[in-house]
Design a protein around this ligand. Structure first.
Ligand code: PMP
Length: 325
């Protein structure tokens, strides 16, 4: 018998998929951890589960309590599913720049959703800071605080990293991923580096994020912008602090789209925007490292969450981008 205990029991243990078209082009094994196959549809189910169960263990979250979070969407979706499964309420603060698909999903799941204008982190009305203040003012409520709550990267250190190690039989030369909170990148990088010191941990970054320059120069400088959602940052979060970074690769939106449409048309994978950045960076890294290497990245969520944007010619044109032929 192989039965998972409810939604929480079904999180993780995702397949590792060989990305055939990219592997053949580069002569490397380019492998994607299929996080879109989590029951809530994204990599963030793992962090959501660890954050809630950590608060339960510490007695900070009691029956009937509320989980509050500021999120670009996927963490909120994971939290909302788990709150339903465990009998908690869920309140989500989300910037109004995020896709309608994610906002609609949160409302369907029964979360209370507050959309707020997207303002920089230094502004007191930034969605993350606002969610912290809302939680502090409520009884029996926790602030998930995914950016700085280390239960987030612990999820990846204890589950995603070991799964990748087992699935590759330890035959992995590089790990490359973009970061939002940094939980996925840092947790996996820390685990794999402990197992294999020669492994290369490479940060992938979209335009409009300061982490590429941080990795290259130690200074955060932001240039350009990106249509990708849930990745990039203008600060080093607690989850990123101390994570090994051997190098960084920046991928622009047009290259991200080229990769997404190749994944769709040649590999049969319908993926969200951050996957275009991740696989684009894996391909660039494969070219740097040369044939014969195994490179693992993460397939964070599905394209269905962004159908009206990334897979819509008119929307792309409105952003000055071309739908790949
Ligand atoms: N891709 C997508 C689509 C996401 O929603 C997120 C999380 N915001 C990430 C990647 C990055 O994951 P992490 O927060 O673990 O860095």
């Amino acid at each position: 018998m192989d039965i998972k205990n409810g939604f929480p029991g079904a999180v993780g243990n995702t397949p590792l998929i060989r990305l055939n078209s990219f592997s053949e082009e580069t002569g490397c094994e380019i492998l994607g951890k299929a996080e879109f196959m989590n029951p809530g549809g994204s990599v963030k189910d793992r962090a959501a589960l660890y954050i809630i169960e950590d608060a339960e263990r510490q007695g900070r979250l009691r029956p009937g309590g509320t989980v509050v979070e500021g999120t670009a969407g996927n963490t909120g979706i994971g939290l909302a599913h788990i709150c339903n499964a465990k009998g908690y309420r869920c309140l989500i603060v989300i910037p109004d720049t995020q896709s309608q698909e994610k906002i609609d999903t949160l409302r369907t799941l029964g979360a209370e959703v507050r959309t707020v204008p997207a303002v920089p982190y230094k502004d007191p009305n930034n969605y993350v800071k606002l969610s912290g203040r809302i939680a502090a003012e409520m009884d029996n409520a926790i602030w998930a605080n995914q950016f700085d709550n280390l239960a987030n990267r612990q999820a990846h250190y204890e589950t995603t990293g070991p799964e990748i190690w087992t699935q590759t039989g330890g035959k992995v030369d590089a790990w490359v991923a973009a970061t939002g909170t940094g939980g996925t990148y840092a947790g996996v990088a820390m685990f794999l580096k402990e197992r294999k010191a020669s492994l290369k941990a490479v940060l992938a970054d979209p335009m409009g994020s300061g982490l590429y320059s941080y990795a290259k120069t130690g200074e955060i400088t932001i240039m350009g912008n990106s249509i990708t959602e849930g990745i990039g940052n203008s600060r080093v979060t607690a989850n990123m602090a101390g994570a090994p970074i051997d190098d960084a690769i920046q991928i622009d939106d047009q290259e991200c789209l080229r990769v997404l449409y190749q994944l769709l048309r040649k590999d049969g994978l319908f993926m969200g925007g951050s996957v275009g950045i991740n696989v684009g960076a894996a391909v660039a890294l494969a070219k740097q490292m040369g044939p014969g290497h195994t490179i693992v990245t993460v397939l964070c969520d599905s394209g269905s969450r962004y159908q009206s944007r990334l897979y819509n010619r008119e929307w792309l044109a409105s952003k000055g981008l071309t739908m790949p032929e």
